[in-house]
Design a protein around this ligand. Sequence first.
Ligand code: 5GP
Ligand code: ZN
Length: 118
Amino acid sequence: MILKEECIFCKIVNKNIPVDIVKETDNFIVIKDINPVSQVHLLIISKRHYDSVLDAGGEGEWNGGNEIFRLLCALAEEFKVKDKGFRTVINTGSDGGQTVNHLHVHFMAGRWFGWPPG
Ligand code: 5GP
Ligand code: ZN
């Protein structure tokens, strides 16, 4: 499945909902989270619809992992947080706290993040 009709992130990727694109690559768009938990809170959203990591990470499936790592480095540079660092999160399923069932990675920076997470 490439796009899912009722999916909010598919609508964003498809530009059916107006949104500021921070960055765009072959497989991802980066946007600001609508409900930020830190000064910098971005979402790296797969252009192709996958319900979660479990959907995208299967054998023979798409391989966007390297692109995600390159994007994290580029965002750290652009947002000038290489020295201080940042938090990267992929929530998966109900115990993981996933609320939007379309593969995305959180990039959060600009404050200290505790461990373990809540
Ligand atoms: P999850 O809990 O699934 O890992 O995270 C979903 C994230 O998407 C949440 O942080 C939420 O604030 C964000 N979000 C949900 N709907 C929208 C939207 O329409 N636009 C943007 N920019 N972010 C959204
Ligand atoms: Zn989707």
